[in-house]
Design a protein around this ligand. Structure first.
Ligand code: ZN
Length: 167
């Protein structure tokens, strides 16, 4: 399954609220396969369907040894504690900034087979879930910076030294 082009900031679809996936939707597995291939090719740790031009509530994550796809994901519980950490996005290449996220979340969704899944995530994985679910509502990490001035660019040639991972 070939990787796809990742839409960049400025694409309208990144700003739209994605639609819920109806039960028994055809082509869901193909979509998820394409999302995994695209995320892996970009060395990402998460990807949302709108990033490849599909306005549906589907995400894939690969962080903290959890690799999974989640359909219609929702955050149903959050910790009181928040953590400020550097974040980047595959749809806004080379830019990073400090974003406050809940330290832990409980995410509910469905598997490809339609089975209900509940997962408690902490730290990096919790951050990835929050970032990807934001994508489904048309929100990007730069919207969550306290101050737009905090956004900084890491030149591609030094990207291996970058402080953050992209999702
Ligand atoms: Zn992103």
């Amino acid at each position: 399954m070939a990787a796809q082009e990742i839409l960049q900031l400025g694409s309208e679809i990144l700003r739209q609220k994605a639609k819920r996936v109806p039960k028994g939707m055809r082509g869901l597995r193909k979509l998820v396969d394409r999302m995994f291939a695209t995320m892996d090719t970009a060395s990402g740790i998460g990807l949302a369907a709108p990033q490849i031009g599909v306005s549906l509530r589907v995400i894939v994550v690969d962080a903290d040894e959890v690799r999974m796809a989640l359909v219609n994901p929702e955050i149903v519980k959050t910790s009181e504690e928040c953590i400020l950490d550097e974040e980047g996005c595959l749809s806004y290449s080379s830019y990073y900034g400090p974003v406050n996220r809940y330290q832990s979340v409980v995410v509910k969704g469905r598997s490809l087979e339609g089975k209900e899944i509940r997962i408690r995530a902490t730290d990096l994985l919790a951050r990835v879930f929050q970032h990807e679910i934001d994508h489904l509502d048309g929100t990007l990490f730069l919207d969550r910076l306290d101050d737009p001035e905090q956004l900084y660019r890491v030149e591609p040639e030094t990207e291996s030294d970058s402080p953050a991972e992209d999702s």
